[in-house]
Design a protein around this ligand. Structure first.
Ligand SMILES: [Zn+2]
Length: 185
């Protein structure tokens, strides 16, 4: 099922067409594609006062005359990293700083724009990207160069693949909706 959308307009029009979406968008649990109903927005709290819409929830309805299974799915704007605090833009800035050879902690602080948090999260992101590596490689036409200027083994494995992936994208900010894949596991 399409999970990432490049705009709220696109997400809204998809959710308004839920009754007529093709079989490829069927529920993964009960395989029905005609029982989806909109089930509210997904918000992200920006500060104590404001929250932004970052996605929409849909329900495979089992209420009334519906014959679905009652499970929900979340659909997201592609600028969002699902279940993560930071947006895609921060992750892209972090990875691009690593391409430029910055140390991990410096790349992290530059990407988040402050020094208030420990760069432990950066290692979590690297682990998460590593677990996506096979997935990303399968998307790429060409195999990545085995030699790499990055001296840590993990970065030497990861960064050339991400460089090839980023180079294949005309609009990096749209990468998640174009691939229909979250960059982080
Ligand atoms: Zn279902």
């Amino acid at each position: 099922m399409q999970v990432f959308f490049s705009s709220l307009f696109e997400l809204e029009s998809f959710s308004h067409r839920l009754k007529s979406i093709p079989q490829s968008n069927a529920c993964q649990f009960c395989l029905k594609n005609c029982e989806w109903v909109s089930h509210g927005y997904v918000y992200k709290q920006l500060n104590y006062q404001f929250r932004a819409i970052v996605g929409k929830r849909i329900l495979c309805s089992n209420r009334g005359s519906h014959l679905g299974c009652g499970r929900t799915r979340q659909l997201y704007l592609d600028v969002v990293l699902p279940h993560k605090h930071y947006p895609l833009q921060t992750l892209l800035a972090f990875v691009i700083a690593l391409f430029d050879g910055l140390p991990i902690s410096k790349a992290w602080h530059g990407a988040v724009g402050h020094h208030r948090t420990e760069p432990r999260q950066a290692w979590r992101w690297l682990n998460s990207l590593m677990s996506k590596l096979a997935n990303i490689r399968s998307l790429l036409q060409r195999t990545c160069q085995p030699c790499s200027p990055f001296n840590s083994r993990r970065l030497a494995l990861l960064l050339p693949t991400l460089q090839a992936l980023f180079a294949s994208q005309p609009h990096l900010q749209r990468i998640q909706s174009r691939l229909q894949m979250s960059l982080l596991a």
